[in-house]
Each structure stands twice: as C-alpha cells, then as structure tokens.
Design a protein around this ligand. Structure first.
Ligand SMILES: [Zn+2]
Length: 165
C-alpha cells in the first residue's frame, strides 16, 4: 500500500530515475492520500489540506500535463474548494521543489508535467495537447555554446504538430 520507490524517484537525478519511476508508478494509486503526504513531507512542504487535495488530483492518475485552468476544473469537479490563485501558487511551489516540471508552450500557455524525468514534447496545435516524446527519440546534433559564465541547464524540445488536412 505504500510506495517509497515512487516518492524517492521524484527526487533522484532525472537520468537515474527512469527505471524506478516505471516500477513505482503503478503503486501510487494504492494509497494515494498517504503517498501524497509523504511526497510533500519529503520535499519540505507542509501537507496542508489544499496541497494534499491538489497533490492527490495531480499525481494519482499517472503522468500528465495540466494547465492551471485544467487543474482548477478538476478540483471544482472533485468539490475541492480552491481559488485559481491558490492553484497557481501551489503549482509553482510544487515546481520549485521538483515535483512538477513547467513547460511553456507559448506566451499564453503553461503546462505542468507530473513526469519530471528528462523527455520532450509534441504540442498538438488546435487541440492544445502535449504528448511525450521519449528522451531517446530526440538528438540535438549541434548545440550553441552557452554565453560566457553560463552553462546549459536543460534542453526542452517542443515539436509542434497539426492534424493532416
Ligand atoms: Zn511530458
């Protein structure tokens, strides 16, 4: 009923976490309430009611990509009384501690990914959906040098696709 592997894998370096994630992921639904509490404690966030409720909505359904508005709607449907401002705050807190990964598709759309391992995305234009691309399926042949005094932190590839007409 408890799944330490899932919680631990969230905190591992991204490259090392892939195998453990896939092992632990399925167990998350076993006792999600307990898992979310442990997950929050592990990253130093107080497990408040709102964080617990939002964490449960976010993480109990496997890997997915959500905007603040999508989470707000799910919270409303689940009768969780929470404001959109709280949703934004919580999403950013979760991102800051590494529970979520933020993906800015364009100026107006920011998604939060519950899968924090290294991977890339298709963005389906017109349907506003993000689809994972496994890390191994993308290779960046030539990278620019980072400006002096900087190093490349991460490369996010977003391939925009649209339905064939
Ligand atoms: Zn993703």
């Amino acid at each position: 009923m408890q799944s330490p592997p899932t919680i631990v894998s969230k905190l591992l370096p991204q490259s090392a976490s892939q195998d453990m994630r896939s092992l632990g992921r399925g167990e998350l639904t076993g006792c999600p309430w307990h898992d979310v509490k442990a997950m929050l404690r592990d990253v130093g966030l107080r497990p408040t009611r709102q964080r617990m409720a939002l964490g449960w909505i976010l993480f109990a359904k496997g890997d997915r990509h959500l905007t603040a508005e999508m989470l707000y709607e799910e919270a409303s449907n689940a009768k969780v009384p929470v404001s959109l401002a709280t949703i934004y705050n919580t999403l950013h807190q979760f991102t800051d501690v590494g529970l979520l990964r933020q993906i800015a598709v364009d100026g107006s759309k920011t998604y939060f990914d519950t899968n924090v391992s290294e991977h890339h995305h298709f963005f389906v234009e017109g349907e506003n959906a993000l689809v994972d691309i496994p890390n191994a399926d993308v290779s960046v042949d030539r990278m620019p040098l980072a400006p002096e005094g900087y190093e490349v932190a991460r490369v996010d590839v977003i391939v925009r696709v649209k339905r064939k007409t």
